[in-house]
Design a protein around this ligand. Structure first.
Ligand code: GTP
Ligand code: MG
Length: 197
């Protein structure tokens, strides 16, 4: 039940994350892509994860418990131009470490603005997940910003790229809109599958 989500803690690094018990699903993506908004839509709680017009709002790893044994994780956004190179490298290191070492991570949602899918860092993060055979669900969000035809064309194009790379057994793709609550059932179904093991 995604509506039961409650904030539990923030962690500045993987060392300060809660104990590796149960299962969690993490949301990664570029700054301002719509990660926190997607979590709020999923949990039907507009106040759960802080959203902002200013990129780089979420700078900590935020944990939201769904139950004693299941969690959602809001990761800091990447690719934000205005942060220092040092901070960018720190984030990359943290994210890579989190994906490679966090045993209770059941799957990764990679949130992309449907108008700018598959940027350099998105591909990098997805490749890290594939390296460790972690399932990835790509959320092409802000679909309300495009007409139906172009949105569908982007969906098919992104799916095709994973098929051609031979990783379509690990990577699924859908369109989404937090503004319109569109694609919610499909997202819930994927996450439920991961969280029940
Ligand atoms: P960081 O925490 O900075 O990495 O950003 P984030 O990925 O968590 O993005 P956030 O959810 O804060 O959303 C960024 C901006 O996009 C906000 O102004 C949201 O209102 C807007 N936004 C998010 N999802 C949607 C959507 O589905 N449609 C539209 N039109 N706007 C959206
Ligand atoms: Mg955020």
């Amino acid at each position: 039940n995604f509506q039961c989500a409650s904030f539990t803690q923030s962690a500045p690094s993987i060392r300060e994350c809660p104990p590796e018990q149960g299962l969690e699903v993490a949301f990664a993506g570029r700054s301002n892509a719509g990660k926190s908004s997607a979590i709020n839509t999923l949990t039907n709680n507009k106040k759960l994860a802080r959203t902002s017009k200013t990129p780089g709002r979420t700078q900590l790893i935020n944990f939201f418990d769904l139950s004693d044994t299941t969690r959602l994780v809001d990761l800091p956004g990447y690719g934000f131009a205005k942060v220092s190179r040092q901070l960018k490298e720190q984030w990359q290191e943290n994210l890579s470490e989190y994906l490679h070492e966090r045993k209770c991570l059941a799957g990764l949602v990679v949130v992309m603005d449907i108008r700018h899918p598959m940027q350099e860092y998105d591909t990098l993060v997805i490749n890290w997940a594939i390296e460790v055979a972690m399932p990835v669900h790509v959320l092409l969000t802000k679909a309300d910003k495009l007409k139906k035809g172009p949105a569908q064309a982007t969906l098919l194009q992104v799916r095709k790229s994973f098929k051609e790379a031979g990783v379509n057994d690990l990577v699924t793709v859908q369109t989404f809109s937090s503004l319109k609550n569109a694609g919610l059932d499909q997202l819930k179904q994927t996450l439920s599958g991961w969280l029940t093991g």
